[in-house]
Design a protein around this ligand. Structure first.
Ligand code: LAN
Length: 727
């Protein structure tokens, strides 16, 4: 589809003119990057500081007066960060990290007959070149991970589809690594699936993904509507595509890839033997014997499936794809389902259809150009999440009251007002959705998914802005706040904890059927200390301002949630993080929750145990540093370097627990202040987030919101400790 291009051997310099990229922000925080071609257009739409920062250009901001106190450092931090606020009130940001999303975009577009602009294509190539492992030239499951067959096989293929010649040094090196790891035969299940769609892996080499499960009665404990929302939303279009055995028509590139991806002769491969062939470098969650047995049975069913039944099942999967597309304005839940849904719509509705066109438009919401090139993000942004933290930080630290910051906070409140979902989904029960009325999602209103903790953080931020500041209007009505509360209350699980998007709908044993091999704990929802805390802290703040609404329910919910948090604490003291790295992240949340019910260092053995654990982990330089491997292995693993953001989380934890000794807090504060640059910003350090146990994901805005929050809070806290000790 693309002509082979002459790609430089080094990707350090942009392949396009970086002064021509612009981020368009509209429609409730939707962001898309555009390449401005003419000089006139460039002049009419000048690059702003948001564009420049994320493109890695110097903002040339003057040095600020050096901070002498933590509060001054926080203020300098916000003087910088304010430049990254968009005109609509939110802080756009890059949301990269996973290395299996861009190939889905490239392969999915290719098999659906959709192209990229030349600039997008060139910068995607550059991104992949920049992200190749410096030693072996492969790619991992995420930017910091070791090379795997999943990462290397898919990204190699993406570069070829994008038009890079097989003899380009990047590809020669990557191919050698791919072959060393066993070749594409050993790619994990989702890799097999993408390659099969491209017709460079035989469908016979896949474990079955039958659509017939959608015809089973809903009450069955393993019915797919009970699976974790991401798993089922990906499974819907996959089951369609498997059901019709979609594959791209052969062409020269496909014939060539069949040679390049495999150390052995493609046509000699015995495909059924490849179904469970997964490279050791990739394997995280091996199949259970039960799952293997089910697969054997399903594979025999494939040979005798009844055509009318298959057709009915494929039609049902198609119907669910349409409902999802329409519920989310063609964003879909995330970038994997997005591309699978697109292929389904291209197959069923054709390239002239409105659905196809809508998918093409919304494809851009996930594409982001950073300083290393163009990537595909984990979601269509982290808009709500970033607005939530920085606004709370500003209000709690008092920085919100400064004249210089008022306008920025007003805009943030307007953004929050517009981002709240006011209705249930268009297709509600028919697409197995949870209520969305009153909720906030992780990114934009259009994406349209309730997330428990995003609703919590959205509500807290709104309450802070509307009730703790004298200059703000009451944009979000009491009724709408009550709706948010209702939705959160509807999300508590019987053990008291809160999961991510929905209630836990399926039994724990469903995890034995985890097909993904590379991710852990993905079959059902689980409760998380992080989500639980955001919900109950927001309920507690809501209750202060609206003491008459569902008081008993709120009280019971908080008490039950605390019981869950008690049970989730690790014996040594911390809590395991599932969405941030790792123990420092979750412990910060859990200790905030415990403080709600008066459990602090002085009053609670649990809180003390957690603080003592953290203090033991503090490094000689005053900071904390934890590797993403803590999340994989579920035990504390030191990072080679101290991490500024984790240091903030650890110090916040101690403050939530009202830790009585200033020293560890002061040392943490000094470390964070020492890393601040003269313009008030902080440099990017290691990746901050994680999901599904193994995949790291970037939260680059955390390096502003958390130090600002922590430093401002520590300023007050340390003063209080001092006052206490002298009185
Ligand atoms: C996210 C990002 C945000 C995150 C928090 C709000 C931080 C969390 O507390 C709850 C879960 C949630 C919403 C979350 C779930 C899983 C996501 C959507 C992601 C980590 C971003 C990307 C990831 C998604 C699964 C990536 C696509 C890959 C698949 C395996 C389908």
């Amino acid at each position: 589809m693309y002509n082979p291009v002459d790609i430089p051997h080094s990707a350090s310099q942009p392949f396009t003119d970086y002064s021509r990229w612009r981020l368009l922000v509209n429609d409730g925080g939707r962001h898309t990057w555009h390449y401005v071609r003419t000089d006139e257009e460039c002049e009419a739409w000048p690059q702003n500081s948001v564009d420049k920062f994320w493109l890695g250009m110097d903002l040339k901001l003057p040095a600020l007066p050096p901070a002498k106190t933590p509060l001054e450092a926080a203020r300098n931090g916000y003087t910088f960060y304010k430049n990254l606020q968009s005109h609509d009130g939110h802080w756009p940001g890059e949301y990269g990290g996973p290395m299996f999303l861009l190939p889905g975009f490239v392969i999915g577009s290719y098999v659906s007959g959709m192209t990229f602009t030349n600039e997008e294509r060139l910068e995607m190539i550059r991104y992949l070149m920049n992200r190749a492992h410096p030693e072996d030239g492969g790619w991992g499951i995420h930017v910091e991970g070791h090379s795997t067959v999943f990462g290397t096989g898919l990204n190699y293929t993406a570069l070829r589809v994008l038009g890079v010649d097989a003899e380009h040094p990047t590809l020669v090196k990557a191919r050698a690594t791919l072959h060393k790891l066993g070749g594409a035969c050993a790619i994990p299940a989702w890799g097999k699936f993408w390659l099969s769609l491209l017709n460079v892996y035989d469908w016979e080499g896949n474990n079955p993904v039958p659509p017939e499960f959608w015809l089973l009665p809903d009450w069955l404990p393993f019915h797919p509507h009970r699976w974790w929302i991401h798993t089922r939303t990906v499974y819907v279009p996959m089951s369609y595509l498997y059901g019709v055995k979609f594959k791209m028509e052969e062409n020269d590139l496909i014939l060539s890839l069949r040679k390049e991806l495999y150390p052995q002769d493609y046509y000699s491969i015995y495909w059924p033997d490849q179904r469970n062939n997964v490279s050791k470098a990739d394997l995280y969650a091996p199949h259970t014997a039960l799952f293997d047995m089910i697969n054997v049975a399903l594979a025999s069913y494939e040979y005798c499936s009844l055509p009318p039944l298959r057709k009915a099942a494929v039609d049902r999967a198609y119907e669910l794809v349409v409902l999802e597309d329409e519920n989310t304005g063609y964003q879909t839940l995330g970038p994997v389902s997005k591309m699978f849904n697109l292929i389904v719509r291209a197959h069923r509705d054709g390239p002239e259809s409105d659905a196809y066109k809508q998918h093409e438009i919304k494809r851009h919401d996930f594409m982001w150009i950073g300083k290393e090139g163009m990537m595909v993000c984990g979601t269509n942004g982290s808009q709500l999440w970033d607005v939530g933290f920085i606004t709370q930080a500003l209000v709690e630290t008092g920085l919100a009251e400064l004249e210089e910051n008022k306008e920025s906070l007003l805009k943030a409140l307007q953004w929050l007002d517009e981002a709240q979902m006011l209705e249930d989904p268009k297709h509600y029960h028919t697409s197995y959705r949870h209520t969305t009325k009153g909720a906030w999602g992780f990114s934009t209103k259009e994406q349209g998914y309730t997330v428990s903790d995003c609703t919590g953080e959205g509500l807290k931020a709104t309450l802070y802005l509307q009730h703790h500041l004298a200059f703000t209007p009451k944009l979000v009505s009491e009724r709408r706040m009550c709706d948010a509360v209702d939705t959160m209350l509807s999300l508590q699980n019987p053990n008291g904890g809160f999961a991510s998007y929905e209630l836990i709908r399926g039994p724990a044993w469903l995890e034995w059927l985890n097909p993904a091999e590379v991710f852990g704990d993905i079959m059902i929802e689980y409760c998380y200390p992080e989500c639980t805390t955001s919900v109950i802290t927001s309920l507690a703040i809501f209750r202060k301002h609206y003491p008459h609404y569902r008081v008993n329910d709120i009280d019971k919910t908080i008490r039950k949630a605390i019981k869950y948090l008690h049970a989730a604490q690790y014996p040594e003291g911390p809590w395991l993080g599932s969405w941030g790295i790792c123990f420092t992240y979750a412990t910060q949340f859990a200790l905030e929750s415990l403080s709600l019910v008066g459990e602090t260092y002085e009053t609670s053995e649990r809180s003390r145990r957690a603080c003592d654990f953290l203090v033991r982990k503090q490094r000689a330089d005053g900071g904390w540093g934890e590797s993403y491997k803590s999340c994989e292995q579920m035990k504390w693993i030191e990072h080679a370097e101290t991490q500024m953001v984790q240091t903030c989380w650890a110090v916040m934890s101690l403050m939530y627990a009202q830790y009585p000794y200033p020293e560890p807090i002061e040392r943490g504060v000094r470390l964070v202040m020492s890393r601040q640059l003269p313009d008030g910003s902080w440099p990017q350090e290691a990746i901050e987030g994680v999901f599904n146990k193994t995949c790291a994901i970037a939260y680059p805005n955390f390096k502003f919101s958390f130090p600002i929050w922590m430093l401002g809070k520590a300023d007050k806290y340390l003063a209080e400790l001092k006052a206490r000790s002298t009185s």
